[in-house]
Design a protein around this ligand. Structure first.
Ligand SMILES: C[S@@+](CC[C@H](N)C(=O)[O-])C[C@H]1O[C@@H](n2cnc3c(N)ncnc32)[C@H](O)[C@@H]1O
Length: 599
């Protein structure tokens, strides 16, 4: 085992790429290859690692990978100067969320990569044969092609004459692409700011609820397609509109019950108008296709069925719903297609309806690689879909903990993940979700109390000489304070601090060049608390600024992370929110520079 201090001396990059990162997205996901370095350095083969907030399973995957390290893991270990004993580690993960637990279980199921590949080819092939006609469209030459995606547009109302205006037609320009701030009404020629325009609504017959409902009026505006390998695009035609309407009528033939959305902090009256059920997050065509694909997965063996469903869900929230968008890149000729904005359930004025079948095969590639990397790993990974406030494990049995708790009110996981969980027909138990959330009636003290229980349990199950590595970040002092209190109430002690750099960079870049913020990574132990050194918070900041200036890598967000680290290490209360700290940091930096100039 390596000395934990060796690897805690330098920041560890948690790169946002690689097979595991590209499989499915999960808010605040950490790259397993980075976590594996901590595991391999602190444990021996056969030992057990615990993650009390396991999310989509990064820690468990990391533990398994220690048996067959990737080139990246070997490179990271080499850069840190450690010579680990590679070999299987076991892992236990607790996760309250249904989707995270499902994703973790499925990806670590040791399904053979080739079996997965064969199943995807069969699945996508059949989908193409049976469902692609839903995406057929006439190309500009009059031939029948396939829709790749359609930009839909919100319909706005002129405040002067009350006429309808397509946002796509009047509020955007192409070549170069621009989103206009103001729109001139084509009917009365009056100019209005887009932000002040109301949206048009429409009444429609909802095939799933069986009732007449009201929603925002949105219409297909621009169609991007392909015919025999040649891509084309054109304005939407009446034929496209009629096809969309006909598919909408087919919704009533689906054998499906409407699944209600449980709204919380993320609900917005504007862009979520008329959305009360899962299917209302989709165009009728894409909901219908998702439903048919979901059911089709049922015909495969249980492991393959789950793998196909995880593939579908990995595509679902980012690419299948109305949350898929286009953005305007500077000087670009046309809009750039992009996935849903992470963690917010945002629907733009130009939602995109993407051909789901076309994207699936490509999306399956990182999954194939991930299954390949894991298929021969023999460690145990037990995932428990329940709250970690009470752990099943005996005391003194865990060799290492690696975990990242929810950062206060940062991401409402249960609310975000319901877009996938409603497909799984089991949403997260919000009562036990550790979060600060007005809609869940949980304030900072509830958050602290729940977190304290978890840390007390960590202390109980952790072996006396072992460590718990915890990634945590917050921009508010009171959240830091809740975190600090929950750690100290549990009787754990901050031994060492480090930074986990969630950026796209090599290890060398991270250690040598200016780095962006990074999440504090704390190493907790059961050792008796030492007397804290007394140091003023401003002195800490000034010291950090000075050392960054010396190394020419000043970054105020990183100063904040390092300041928090120092406070936690020295048992000093964090009293600055990030925004106040930035003001102070700028002032201190100016003082430091002035002093340097004066010699
Ligand atoms: C920061 S995320 C962890 C992400 C994870 N590291 C990954 O790579 O996917 C925190 C997780 O804690 C989970 N969580 C919240 N309350 C919990 C509880 N009481 N017990 C277990 N997990 C909980 C959330 O659902 C969320 O997935």
């Amino acid at each position: 085992m390596s000395d934990i201090r060796t690897i805690f001396e330098r920041p560890l990059p948690a790169t946002r790429n690689g097979a595991f990162f590209n499989t499915f997205s999960y808010p605040t996901k950490i790259s397993p290859e980075s976590i594996a370095i901590y595991i391999v350095a602190t444990t021996r083969p056969g030992e057990t690692v615990l993650d009390t907030f396991s999310g989509s399973g990064s820690t468990g995957i990391a533990a398994l990978l220690c048996e067959h390290p990737t080139e990246r893991m070997k490179e990271l270990a080499g850069d840190l100067g450690i010579d680990p004993v590679w070999g299987p580690r076991n892992a236990i993960g607790y996760e309250i969320g249904t989707y995270g637990s499902f994703a973790a279980k499925t990806i670590s199921s040791r399904l053979k990569a080739n079996e997965f590949k064969k199943a995807v080819t069969d699945f996508v092939g059949k989908a193409g044969e049976q469902l692609m006609h839903y995406y057929s469209a006439v190309d500009p030459d009059g031939k029948t092609g396939i829709i790749r995606y359609i930009i839909w547009s919100e319909i706005l109302l002129c405040p002067y004459c009350g006429e309808e205006i397509s946002f796509f037609e009047r509020g955007t320009r192409r070549n170069p692409v621009i989103f206009e701030k103001d729109i001139i009404c084509p009917h009365c020629r009056k100019k209005t700011s887009v932000d002040e325009m109301k949206f048009q609504t429409e009444e429609y017959m909802d095939g799933l609820t069986g009732k007449s409902e009201i929603r925002k009026k949105r219409l297909p505006s621009w169609v991007y397609g392909t015919t025999n390998g040649k891509n084309w695009d054109r304005p939407a035609t009446n034929e496209d509109l009629e096809k969309a309407a006909a598919i909408e009528r087919e919704m009533q033939d689906l054998n499906d019950l409407p699944k209600e959305i449980q709204w919380g902090e993320l609900h917005r009256n504007g862009y979520h108008f008329g959305i009360s059920y899962l299917h209302q997050f989709y165009t009728a065509r894409n909901y219908l296709i998702m439903r048919k694909l979901w059911d089709a997965a049922n015909t495969y063996s249980p492991k393959v069925k789950d793998a196909l469903r995880l593939l579908l869900l990995s595509y679902n929230a980012s690419h299948c719903t109305l949350m898929t968008r286009v953005v305007a890149k500077k000087n670009a000729k046309d809009f750039v297609l992009t996935g849903a904005q992470s963690g917010v359930l945002y629907i733009s004025k130009l939602p995109v309806e993407k051909n789901i079948i076309l994207g699936l095969e490509r999306k399956s590639k990182p999954f194939y690689e991930a299954y390949k990397l894991l298929e021969n790993c023999t460690g145990d990974y037990l995932i428990k879909n329940k709250s970690s406030e009470k752990l099943d494990e005996e005391e003194n049995t865990i060799d290492f903990v690696f975990t990242d708790p929810p950062f206060g009110d940062f991401i409402p996981y249960a609310e975000v993940n319901q877009i996938n969980e409603l497909w799984l027909e089991k949403t997260t138990d919000r009562k036990r979700e550790i979060i600060i959330s007005a809609s869940q009636n949980k304030g900072i003290s509830d958050y602290q109390a729940m977190l304290s229980k978890v840390f007390s349990e960590i202390k109980r199950v952790l072996k006396d000489s072992s460590y718990a590595a915890v990634v945590f970040h917050a921009a508010k002092a009171q959240i830091w304070s809740a975190f600090e209190n929950s750690v100290s109430d549990a009787g754990l002690n901050v031994e060492l601090t480090n930074i986990l750099d969630k950026k796209q960079a090599s290890f060398k870049q991270v250690v040598s060049e200016a780095s962006v913020q990074g999440d504090p990574l704390l190493l907790l132990s059961k050792k008796i608390q030492k007397e804290g050194e007394i140091e003023d918070e401003e002195d800490i900041m000034e010291r950090i600024i000075l050392s960054m200036e010396e190394e020419n890598n000043f970054d105020e967000r990183r100063v904040y992370s390092l300041y928090v680290n120092e406070c936690l290490r020295k048992s000093i209360h964090v009293t600055y929110d990030a925004k106040d700290a930035y003001i102070l940091i700028r002032q201190l930096r100016k003082d430091v520079m002035d002093a340097a100039l004066q010699g």
